[in-house]
Design a protein around this ligand. Structure first.
Ligand code: COA
Length: 227
């Protein structure tokens, strides 16, 4: 099964060789395939002012290949919502230590949809919930296209709109705040058959975090009594 690695400034040196392919994949997916031409750069690497050392990345890696990713930014620092799309949030930008902003979720085309194991996209949605509750977050802000909303509804992500959808370049876009909580994480794990936390925290022993429990189904009563 693919592994989801937490990559942040403390352990970035261990993943440096993934960053060039990562930015090139973003260019391929967002500029070439999705045609978000505002993100185009002549060097064929899609990166922006939010790819700072404070950004946290989830890299989904299978047999050494990066097959999907997601980015999380502390909302106490500049974010897409605060600096690029402030008008999407009618109450003004969310700036809270317990809320991160998510962006740039993608899965490479050949690993999208259903496969033998859990969907890579569902693995990422589960993994970011695990990351959030591990470090004490209560929510994620996202600027997203409205087609995500029924997908979130189906998988149990609770998304609260922060403003009205607006049309941008032919896309209906809105800002949401998604709850980050234990119940959502456990429900996602159940849906994709995970019985324990999935994140790889290589080189992050110094990060303060809550250890999450295994989720193995409880033993039948008779077996418990016999022990
Ligand atoms: N517009 C509208 N609906 C879309 C969509 C888009 N650009 N991309 C995906 N969907 C919806 C559709 O309902 C699609 O079903 P369909 O195949 O019947 O059209 C469904 O999601 C499944 O998407 P698919 O891409 O087959 O697989 P997935 O669920 O494994 O992956 C993503 C979903 C978003 C991770 C993947 O499509 C991706 O990486 N896209 C490019 C990056 C991107 O646009 N990210 C979001 C903005 S940051």
């Amino acid at each position: 099964m693919p592994e989801i690695h937490v990559v942040r400034k403390d352990n970035r040196h261990l993943y440096e060789h993934y960053f060039d392919p990562y930015y090139r994949l973003r260019h391929e997916i967002y500029v070439k395939q999705r045609k978000w031409m505002a993100l185009d750069r002549p060097d064929g690497r899609e990166m922006d002012q939010f790819d700072t050392e404070d950004a946290v990345y989830l890299f989904c890696i299978d047999e050494g290949q990066l097959i999907g990713a997601m980015r999380a930014l502390p909302t106490l620092l500049p974010t897409l919502m605060s600096d690029i799309f402030p008008y999407l949030n009618i109450r003004g930008p969310v700036r809270r230590a317990d809320v991160y902003e998510l962006s740039r979720i993608f899965v490479i085309p050949e690993r999208r949809g259903e496969h033998a194991g859990p969907r890579v996209e569902m693995l990422l949605l589960t993994a970011i919930m695990e990351y959030g509750i591990s470090i004490g977050l209560t929510g994620f802000t996202i600027v997203l296209e409205s087609w995500w909303l029924p997908r979130f509804e189906r998988c149990g992500w609770k998304a609260h709109p922060l403003g009205l959808p607006q049309m941008m370049d032919g896309m209906s876009v809105l800002a949401v705040l998604v709850d980050c909580d234990d119940a959502t994480w456990k429900s996602l794990c159940r849906q994709i058959g995970l019985t324990k936390p999935t994140l790889t925290w290589r080189g992050l022993g110094g990060v303060t975090r809550q250890a999450l429990p295994d989720l193995s189904p409880p033993l039948p009563l008779t077996a418990q009594q016999a022990q």
